[in-house]
Unconditional design. Structure first.
Length: 216
């Protein structure tokens, strides 16, 4: 069975890291194919898990967490000294995480816009624009259980409720950047990701996903 360590990412595919900081930390790595254009969430590293529907911290320090993200990025882009990631502008962890090779950049795109852009990717059908690697567990759970209000706020906004969505936040950060490949290289031997895109025509989540605003 293929694993994360088997991945081979073409050099011209943008590779973006999304980060959420606080008591519950998480990071994801997403690759963006050039032709056809699509997003692949390849890696997740939360410092928590869900047990019986309840969030539970893992026995992992911030140093261990940051180093795990750094190591994973280097599987895909070897010899990377500093890993850059998108995060909420108000994070208080920039200085601490910079010591361990994570350079965080504040994403100026607000939650409502991030959610709308993520919807564009996730709802796309022809061609599919969004895929999750089969070994992910926390992100699919958070997408399935994302909660939406019954109506707009008094300010006219319709955004999901902020609860148990730390890994989901990281994906919305990178999707909101709408990265594009700088160039398209000639086709060589088909990589794992290209094969995955060709063979899987649907994102890996259940029908009627509440993250898309579709209520069961």
């Amino acid at each position: 069975m293929l694993t994360f360590d088997d991945l081979a990412i073409p050099d011209d595919w943008p590779l973006l890291v999304g980060v959420d900081t606080g008591t519950y930390m998480s990071a994801t790595i997403t690759a963006f194919s050039s032709d056809p254009y699509a997003a692949f969430v390849l890696y997740e590293q939360p410092n928590y898990r869900y047990v019986g529907g309840e969030i539970e911290l893992l026995d992992m320090s911030n140093v261990e967490w940051a180093r795990s993200v750094h190591r994973a990025y280097n599987v895909l882009r070897p010899n990377t000294t500093k890993v850059h990631g998108w995060v909420d502008e108000n994070t208080q962890f920039r200085t601490e995480l910079a010591r361990y090779g994570l350079a965080l950049h504040g994403n100026s795109r607000k939650l409502e816009l991030r959610v709308e852009i993520a919807r564009e990717y996730i709802q796309a059908k022809d061609p599919v624009r969004f895929f999750m690697a089969p070994w992910l567990t926390v992100l699919p759970y958070e997408m399935e259980h994302a909660h939406w209000p019954d109506q707009e706020t008094t300010a006219g906004k319709y955004v999901r409720v902020k609860q148990d969505d730390h890994t989901l936040d990281t994906v919305e950060h990178v999707l909101s950047r709408r990265p594009r490949a700088r160039r398209v290289i000639d086709k060589g031997q088909e990589s794992f990701i290209e094969q995955y895109l060709r063979e899987h025509r649907r994102p890996r989540f259940t029908t009627g996903d509440v993250h898309l605003g579709i209520h069961r």
